[in-house]
Design a protein around this ligand. Structure first.
Ligand code: COA
Ligand code: NAP
Length: 287
C-alpha cells in the first residue's frame, strides 16, 4: 500500500498575502483546502455555503489552527447558496470589502447521492446540476472582475465517475463533466486576462460526506482492494494538489484537470458492474 504523505513539502509562505474564496469550505475536503491555504500564507480565506452555524464554527477552528501553525491569516464565514447569483455576488463583495481583493477561487460546493436515472425525480437531477454546474458558473462569473484585477486563479473540484459512465451517478456525472468542459473554456477565454483555471478530480476520499453517501455499507473493503495505490485518499492529499495549482509552482498550468485518486478510476469505474457485491445489489433493489 502506498504511503500517505503528511509532510509539508511547500514553503509556508507559498501563498503569502493571498486571499481565497472557497465554496463548500465549511466541511470535508474543502474545509481542509481552506486550512491548507491558510497554513501556507493566505492572509484571508472566506468559506462559503448555506449553513452559517457550521461555517462559523469551522472559521473559528481554522483561524485557531492557522495561528497554532504560526500563520497569521484569518478565516471568515459567509453564507450563500451557490444556486442564487445575487447571494454569491454579495458574498464575493463582502469578501473583497473585508480583505481588499480576491486571488484564489475554489469551486467546491456540491450535492450528490446514489440514484437510478430511470427512477430519480426530474427535480433531483436538476438540483445537482444547479448546485454543481450552475453554481460553479455563477461563482466563476461573479468572481471574474476581481480575478482580472489580481491575475488570480480558479480551481474547480470535479470528480472521475463520468470517465467510465458509473451507474447511479448520471446526475453528478453530467454536472461534473460540464465543469470539466467549463474549466477548459474558461482557461482559454480568461487566459488572455492572466487568469489560470484548473480542476482537481478527487477519487474516493476517506472520512468524507461524499464517500459516506456514495459507498454502501460493506463496500469500502472491496473498494480499497481495487484501488491501485491500495487505499482511499485523504483530504490533505486533495488539498496539497489545490495548493500546487494555486501557487506560483503552477504558473504555466491552466486548463488542466489533475486527477488525485491513486489511479482508482481506471479499475473501479464500473463500481463492480453490474452488481458485483451483495451490498450494491441490495442497495439498487431499494432505490
Ligand atoms: N435520492 C434520490 N433523490 C433525492 C435524494 C436521494 N438520495 N435526495 C434528494 N433527492 C431529491 C429530492 O427528493 C428532491 O426532489 P423532489 O422535489 O422531486 O422530491 C430533490 O432531490 C431536491 O432535494 P432537496 O432535499 O429539496 O434539495 P436540497 O437543495 O435541500 O439539498 C441535496 C440538495 C439533495 C443534494 C442534499 O443532499 C445536499 O444538500 N447535499 C450537500 C452535501 C452533499 O451532498 N455532499 C456530498 C458532496 S459529493
Ligand atoms: P461535503 O463535505 O458534503 O461538501 C459539500 C459542501 O457543499 C458542503 O460544505 C455544503 O455546505 C456545500 N453546499 C452544498 N450545496 C450548496 C449550495 N447550494 N450552496 C452552497 N454550498 C453548498 O462533501 P465532500 O465529500 O467533502 O466533497 C467536497 C467536494 O469534493 C465536492 O465538490 C465533491 O463533489 C468532490 N468530491 C468528493 C469526493 C469524495 O470522496 N468525498 C470524491 C470526488 C469528488 P452547506 O450544506 O452548508 O451548504
Amino acid at each position: 500500500m502506498a504511503a500517505t504523505s503528511t509532510a509539508n513539502v511547500f514553503t509556508r509562505d507559498a501563498l503569502r498575502g493571498k486571499i481565497a474564496f472557497v465554496t463548500g469550505g465549511g466541511t470535508g475536503i474543502c474545509k481542509d483546502i481552506a486550512q491548507t491555504l491558510l497554513e501556507h500564507g493566505c492572509a484571508g480565506v472566506a468559506i462559503v455555503s448555506r449553513k452559517m452555524a457550521v461555517l462559523e464554527q469551522s472559521a473559528r477552528e481554522l483561524t485557531a489552527k492557522a495561528a497554532a501553525a504560526g500563520a497569521s491569516g484569518v478565516c471568515v464565514a459567509l453564507a450563500a447558496d451557490v444556486r442564487v447569483p445575487e447571494q454569491i455576488e454579495k458574498a464575493l463583495a463582502d469578501c473583497v470589502a473585508r480583505f481588499g481583493k480576491l486571488d484564489i477561487l475554489v469551486n467546491g460546493a456540491a450535492g450528490n447521492f446514489l440514484a437510478l436515472s430511470a427512477k430519480m425525480s426530474y427535480n433531483a437531477f436538476k438540483t445537482v446540476i444547479e448546485i454543481d454546474l450552475l453554481g460553479t458558473f455563477y461563482t466563476s462569473r461573479a468572481a471574474y472582475p476581481y480575478l482580472v484585477k489580481s491575475k488570480g486563479n480558479i480551481i474547480n473540484i470535479t470528480m472521475t465517475n463520468h470517465y467510465t459512465g458509473m451507474q447511479l451517478q448520471a446526475h453528478a456525472g453530467a454536472a461534473k463533466s460540464g465543469i470539466d468542459a467549463m474549466t477548459r473554456h474558461h482557461a482559454v477565454e480568461w487566459g488572455q486576462d492572466g487568469i489560470r483555471v484548473n480542476a482537481i478530480a478527487p477519487g474516493p476520499i476517506e472520512n468524507t460526506e461524499g464517500m459516506s453517501k456514495l459507498a454502501p455499507p460493506g463496500y469500502n473493503e472491496t473498494l480499497q482492494r481495487t484501488i491501485p495505490l491500495g487505499r482511499m485518499g485523504t483530504v490533505r492529499e486533495v488539498a496539497n494538489a489545490v495548493l500546487f495549482l494555486a501557487s506560483e509552482a503552477a504558473s504555466y498550468v491552466t486548463g488542466a484537470i489533475l486527477v488525485v485518486d491513486g489511479a482508482a478510476w481506471m479499475t473501479i469505474g464500473g463500481m463492480n458492474y453490474p452488481d458485483g457485491i451483495e451490498a450494491f445489489k441490495q442497495l439498487k433493489a431499494k432505490l
